[in-house]
Design a protein around this ligand. Structure first.
Ligand code: PMV
Length: 363
């Protein structure tokens, strides 16, 4: 609430000068949660805190061309093709939260977006695309405020706040390496309204982490994340889940600091399975895992047991398996994926990603 008032009062409310036009561009990555955000209240306030790795290769690259206009204008292009349906989420966000960006009512915006990861790879793009768009919007505001009064750089806390309003988990994508979103007594400065960086609170090994995304299916999910969050309201296990998530946050933060890989693995896998268990005991119940999701999980657990290589899996709200491991194991894991895991992947597809540095200015 405190931040909301600050940013409402700071919003540029002046007249957009004649001739104000140009183009801005930002790339922003996706992220993969270790402790999951599943269940929300009010305006995108999480029911429990979450922690994620910021990715690098899976990102959205977004350009916004802006021009002074008599009223708000908006066009959205995805992969070079005009796509009002894909732009609808951004348009709704701008409409709902225009009090933070009143200047948009004097601008015509053309948004061009592209994802570096393949379409229908089953990787959620809302975290990357919404955070990239928010960075562009803040950049335009900075240009309006002017270099004499504006800071010239973007306030990541503010970017995270707006990204959260656009798409919950997007709040975490604006920070390098790792981020935590949601208030917890275990981390000073944490908030339900925006994520905070964990970059300086983690053992160096976690900054080297790789994420091999094993594509089990690229089909559109049968139940959206939005519907999944809503179903947590009637889920009888919800109170126990939120208590456990808070406990996991505490233990994972300690493991991240000390470099305790056993605890990291234990919590990460248990969180992935809890997320899917919650789906199975929602009413109506649903299952997003596929037979090959389970085959991969069993295979990965067996391989870890046998080789003692500290790799583990996590799952997003879908069937694909994220295989997490430190860089020092990369050669062995690449060989293992090719020899034992690709057979469970749709058309043998997998994507290698790594912990990354957060959004980058493109223009
Ligand atoms: O940000 P949303 O509304 O797409 O929800 C994200 C939910 C999970 O990806 C399953 C978990 C998370 O914390 O990212």
């Amino acid at each position: 609430m405190q931040m909301e008032n600050k940013w409402l009062s700071e919003a540029f409310k002046g007249t957009v000068p004649d001739g104000f036009q140009g183009k801005v561009g930002w790339a922003s990555p996706s992220n993969i949660a270790l402790v999951k955000y599943w269940g929300k209240k009010d305006k995108q306030i999480p029911q429990n805190p979450s922690i994620s790795f910021t990715l690098s290769e899976c990102r959205s690259e977004t350009f916004v061309t802006y021009e002074k206009a008599d009223s708000f204008g908006f066009r959205f292009f995805f992969d070079g093709k005009e796509s009002p349906a894909f732009g609808a989420k951004i348009e709704k966000f701008l409409f709902d939260y225009q009090a933070f960006f009143p200047f948009i009512n004097q601008l015509s915006l053309k948004v061009e977006s592209h994802n570096t990861f393949p379409h229908s790879s089953g990787i959620a793009s809302s975290a990357s695309s919404m955070s990239a768009f928010v960075m562009c919007l803040m950049e335009i505001e900075n240009l309006l405020v002017g270099p004499s009064t504006g800071s010239g750089t973007l306030d990541l806390c503010k970017a995270s706040y707006f990204a959260r309003l656009a798409s919950g988990s997007a709040a975490r994508s604006v920070f390098p390496k790792m981020a935590l979103w949601g208030a917890t007594p275990c981390l000073e400065g944490s908030s339900d309204e925006y994520a905070v960086s964990l970059e300086n609170d983690i053992h160096p090994i976690f900054k080297t982490y790789r994420d091999a995304i094993l594509i089990v299916s690229g089909e559109i999910k049968s139940v959206s994340s939005r519907a999944g969050h809503a179903l947590m309201e009637g889920n009888p296990y919800a109170p126990a889940r939120y208590a456990k998530a808070n406990e996991n946050i505490k233990d994972l933060l300690a493991a991240l600091q000390s470099g305790d890989l056993d605890t990291f693995i234990h919590i990460t896998e248990s969180e992935a399975l809890q997320l899917h268990a919650l789906m199975m005991c929602s009413d109506p119940s649903y299952i997003l895992m596929k037979p090959n999701t389970l085959n991969l999980i069993n295979e990965i657990r067996g391989f870890r047991e046998e080789t003692k290589i500290p790799l583990c899996f996590t799952l997003d709200a879908g069937p694909n398996v994220h295989l997490l491991y430190p860089k020092q194991e990369a050669d062995k894991v690449a060989y293992y994926i090719k020899s034992a895991l690709v057979e469970y992947c749709d058309k043998n597809r997998w994507i290698t990603d790594r912990v990354g540095d957060g959004p980058k200015k493109l223009l």
